[in-house]
Write a protein that binds this ligand. Structure first.
Ligand code: RTP
Ligand code: MG
Length: 137
């Protein structure tokens, strides 16, 4: 069993895609062990995307991710980290495989609907950033 951090980004929430994405997670068979709608603080956003701090798109990325409510989700299941990344598809929706969330619901790299941890280290770090231990049930 593995846990990962998933997020519906502000574009996904704004467009009303939360139920659709939660339904896909349920159909896949992952267990939702934590769930909350929230607005991310600048500090949390800069920490969450800290690996991209030097990239030219960092400012835009932080503005976008703090610009409206997100849905933070802790998922549990076999191979959940890679599995959820697979369900999302490639970062650039133009390269995302048909049937993935980004292929089905996004057109631009900057607003690509969902986030998923990219390793077990990232998952642990991001789950700790967004959830208190007692919020994971
Ligand atoms: P995420 O972290 O959000 O799950 O996305 P990812 O792993 O597929 O992609 P990553 O390389 O970690 O990039 C994080 C987010 O930054 C935005 N981005 N913009 N304009 C650009 O060239 C660019 N590159 C990345 C995207 O929103 C991406 O999801
Ligand atoms: Mg990433």
């Amino acid at each position: 069993m593995e846990r990962t951090f998933a997020m519906i980004k502000p574009d996904g929430v704004r467009r009303g895609l939360t139920p659709e994405i939660l339904a896909r997670i349920a159909r896949k068979g992952y267990r939702v062990v934590g769930l909350k709608q929230m607005v991310i603080s600048r500090e949390t956003a800069e920490s969450h995307y800290g690996e991209h701090r030097e990239r030219p798109f960092f400012g835009e990325l932080v503005s976008f991710i703090t610009g409206g409510p997100v849905v933070a989700i802790a998922l549990e299941g076999e191979n959940a980290i890679a599995g959820w990344r697979g369900m999302m598809g490639a970062t650039n929706p133009a390269n995302a495989a048909p049937g993935t969330i980004r292929a089905d619901f996004a057109t631009t790299t900057g607003e690509n609907v969902t986030h998923g941890s990219d390793s077990s280290e990232s998952a642990e770090r991001e789950l700790g950033l967004f959830f208190r231990p007692e919020e994971l049930l």
